[in-house]
Design a protein around this ligand. Structure first.
Ligand SMILES: Nc1ncnc2c1ncn2[C@@H]1O[C@H](COP(=O)(O)OP(=O)(O)O)[C@@H](O)[C@H]1O
Ligand SMILES: O=P(O)(O)OC[C@H]1O[C@@](CO)(OP(=O)(O)O)[C@@H](O)[C@@H]1O
Length: 750
């Protein structure tokens, strides 16, 4: 943190403290409430919560109580900030059973009262009556610290210590203005109805939340466009155009999909074609389940046809199938690091999902694919369900999935082998990471896959386990709604019953992964953090994948992306620089503050992230009540020798530079500056942090940076990034949720 201008707070924990400094921070102070509960007799089924009189803690509605987060095996904690002029806060702890059918258990005794920033009474224990004979006791520790905005920012900084935000020109790198610091001019005031400002999102917007992610996975090779019939997955998902729907939909696949309206071939022809794609050997071996206990990372991997030279291998994004481009020597360092420096077997990596149905495998596969592609790793998602539907149709009942249905097992193994063969062929052409998405729930199936992969790629199993019945129930319902398997089942309840039976069939034969290299995600979406277990994982890319998975979760929250208000340099059409806002930009800053206040009011906590440049920091100036964090990583693309010039000046004075950039804007690096690929690499920690945050975040940054960030959420290919439209004075709201990402745009100024 910058200059230590904070005043020390007077702790009022447990009602201690004389309160003489009560008014010290009035008008500027905050009350930082920190709650801890400790109990050594582990009862994982009861989750500590707090509820009380303020809406922040649910207005005495136990269903809206705030959960405490697990800090260690025995300790739970929660911190929140109460506005400076808060009224008395009455609250109580409660234990919420994991099984929602059981009632909450509210602590015994009177309400706890926090008044004028002081806690009344000294109850250091919370007693919960489980039944007539049993009482569960938690040790509690409550701190209510009146602190200056600077202290609050400082504690925020401590919490964020792994972010390394920078300090610039004496401005605190983390700050918080707690009171309105601008006169609300009528022109800056927003109408209360935010919907008025909604503008349409582009056709390529972030819509994964609306599309079942399996539909966006790879389509089997060798199916010529003619072979698509109206029975295919694409027609099920509502696509009738010449391209599959959704942002990632098979953009680079060899098969071009024609206008479905013009295609008359039947699904039988597709089946027929699919049936002939498996090699005879593969067909014979597909379900034998020969046990190949070879672990992973077979030295034979280097035999892959594409494992020849580095230049042959490197493909930045899935668009460029040639060797390294000449464009100004630009290279996405991380995208090639493992290929150049890492172990050879990392060149082709298969992440093989394992798990019962409705455990988030396809969701996780799609998300991981998006992340790795964005980083520049050539990655494809192979969904065996999609292969099955294309080969066998969508109307397989639960019986088909019985563990003793030999025909069903054979058919399922066959489509799995087909998908695996496609994946390996693609890797041999230079593909780097294949995400193989199926239940793969028996050892026999996994052995078959390991055998197919032998000498071709390294396999890491990624098992998703979930023991939270409420989440499983929610997932089942989502699946019945979303999966093409039930697209033709008009009766939801009938679909639901069938899916439950399918699940039972899988459960009977399920064998958790214990072999080879694996990552297990255990209850990672239950809200308590869950666990990630890893076994025999090494290498650059696997490490990165684990780190990504550790940080992602499903807590719904919005991420608001906006450029700074118009700057003086924008008016003069000069790039880069560090100018202040124009009058129009100032007005936007005020409107933005209004917008943020209105939009995020219902949210419990949020933070504002800016770059370290004036125009970004000033755009956040009027936003009050939320911590602000400056990130150097959010600074605009560094235009190096061209900084401060207009595009016309560059064209006239540095024509070669201008032309190089025109030719390959993604890879072009300004002399002594950056390329878009450089920007993407430096934004990776920002993406991880955005994934990790559970509260809303407002990112006020710059055109190039926002193009890169937006591309991650909207799953846009690398090559499109420098051309994505990110207009001034527009807010792109990315809603992260249990079905994926959705986008909404607001334009605040005409
Ligand atoms: N790690 C996870 N554990 C449990 N549920 C998850 C996880 N990740 C995502 N989900 C939820 O599971 C829902 C269904 O996921 P899906 O990927 O279709 O399941 P599967 O492929 O395992 O059948 C998703 O919409 C998401 O809300
Ligand atoms: O990559 P291009 O299309 O040049 O866009 C990036 C440019 O956008 C600008 C405006 O022209 O960003 P900013 O949002 O910071 O104002 C320049 O500073 C920056 O160099």
């Amino acid at each position: 943190m910058g200059a230590g201008t904070s005043k020390n707070s007077d702790s009022t924990s447990h009602g201690d403290g004389d309160g003489e400094e009560r008014d010290e921070y009035e008008g500027g102070g905050q009350l930082y409430v920190s709650l801890k509960m400790e109990n050594y007799t582990l009862n994982a089924d009861l989750l500590p919560h707090v509820f009380g009189s303020a809406s922040l803690v649910g207005s005495w509605d136990s269903s809206r109580a705030l959960p405490l987060e697990r800090e260690s095996t025995s300790m739970w904690q929660l911190s929140f900030v109460v506005p400076p002029n808060h009224e008395t806060l009455d609250f109580k702890f409660l234990l919420r059973p994991k099984d929602s059918n059981n009632p909450c258990i509210i602590e015994e005794g009177p309400n706890r009262i926090l008044s004028g920033g002081r806690l009344q009474g000294d109850a250091r224990a919370a007693l919960f009556r489980l039944n007539a004979d049993a009482v569960l006791e938690y040790r509690v520790c409550i701190n209510a610290d009146r602190i200056s905005p600077f202290d609050l920012a400082s504690s925020w900084r401590a919490y964020q210590e792994n972010i390394h935000p920078s300090t610039v020109r004496g401005i605190l790198d983390v700050s918080m203005n707690s009171e309105t610091c601008f006169e609300s001019s009528s022109s800056a005031n927003l109408e209360l109805d935010l919907e008025r400002y909604v503008v349409p999102s582009p056709a390529t917007s972030a819509t994964s939340g609306l599309v079942y992610p399996a539909n966006l996975a790879e389509t089997p090779r060798y199916i010529s466009a003619r072979k698509y019939s109206s029975e295919s997955d694409f027609s099920k998902s509502g696509d009738t155009g010449s391209q599959p729907i959704g942002p990632t939909a098979d953009k680079e696949m060899e098969v071009k999909i024609q206008d479905l309206a013009k295609v008359s071939t039947t699904s039988a022809a597709v089946e027929d074609k699919l049936a002939t794609t498996a090699s005879p050997t593969q067909k014979q071996e597909s379900h034998k389940g020969v046990f190949v206990d070879r672990g992973v990372g077979s030295p034979r991997l280097v035999k892959s046809t594409s494992a020849g030279t580095f230049a042959d291998d490197v493909k930045l994004g899935s668009g460029n199938k040639t060797a390294m481009p000449a464009a100004a020597g630009a290279v996405a360092a991380a995208a090639v690091a493992d290929q150049m420096l890492g172990p050879k077997e990392d060149r082709h990596l298969a992440i093989v999902l394992v798990g019962l149905p409705a455990r988030g495998k396809t969701f996780t596969a799609a998300k991981l694919t998006r992340y790795l592609r964005w980083l520049g790793h050539d990655t494809k998602h192979f969904n065996v369900g999609k292969y099955r539907r294309l080969k066998l149709g969508t109307n397989q009942s639960a019986e088909f999935f019985r563990g003793d249905n030999t025909e069903g097992i054979e058919a399922r193994n066959e489509v799995a082998a087909l998908a695996m063969e496609d994946m390996i062929s693609w890797m041999q052409e230079g593909g780097q990471v294949g995400i193989f998405d199926a239940t793969n729930s028996t050892r026999e199936r996994r052995n078959m896959l390991m055998k197919l992969a032998e000498g071709n790629c390294k396999i890491i199993f990624l098992e998703t386990l979930c023991y939270d019945e409420r989440i499983i129930e929610r997932n089942i319902r989502l699946k019945v709604q979303q999966s093409p398997d039930y697209a033709e089942q008009p009766d939801f309840e009938a679909g639901y019953r069938d899916f439950k039976r399918r699940l039972d069939n899988y459960e009977k034969v399920y064998e958790p992964v214990e072999e080879g290299s694996y990552i297990k995600m255990i209850d990672t979406v239950s809200g308590n953090g869950g666990q990630i277990q890893v076994n025999n994982i090494s290498g650059y890319l696997p490490g990165r994948i684990v780190f990504f998975l550790v940080n992602t979760h499903l807590t719904p929250r919005p991420i608001l992306l906006t450029r700074h208000g118009e700057s003086q340099d924008n008016v003069r059409a000069r790039i880069g620089g560090d100018s202040s806002l124009s009058d129009t930009g100032e007005l936007y800053a005020k409107k933005l503050a209004n917008f943020v206040e209105k939009r995020l009011k219902p949210e419990r906590a949020a933070s504002i992230w800016t770059s370290t440049l004036h125009r970004s920091i000033s755009t956040a100036n009027h936003i009050v009540g939320f911590p602000k964090v400056q990130w150097r990583a959010l600074d605009e693309i560094n235009a190096g020798a061209c900084d401060g010039m207009t595009y016309l000046e560059i064209k006239m004075d540095m024509p070669e530079e201008y032309e190089s950039r025109e030719k390959d804007k993604l890879r072009y690096r300004y002399p002594r500056g950056e390329s878009y690929l450089d920007v993407i690499q430096r934004l990776e920690p920002v993406i991880i942090e955005l994934e990790r945050q559970r509260a809303p975040v407002v990112v006020i940054s710059h055109q190039a940076v926002l193009r890169a960030l937006y591309a991650y959420f909207a799953d846009r290919p690398l090559k499109e990034i420098p051309h994505i439209e990110v207009p001034l004075h527009t807010i792109i709201e990315i809603q992260m949720g249990v079905t994926g990402v959705q986008e909404k745009r607001y334009k605040l100024m005409d």
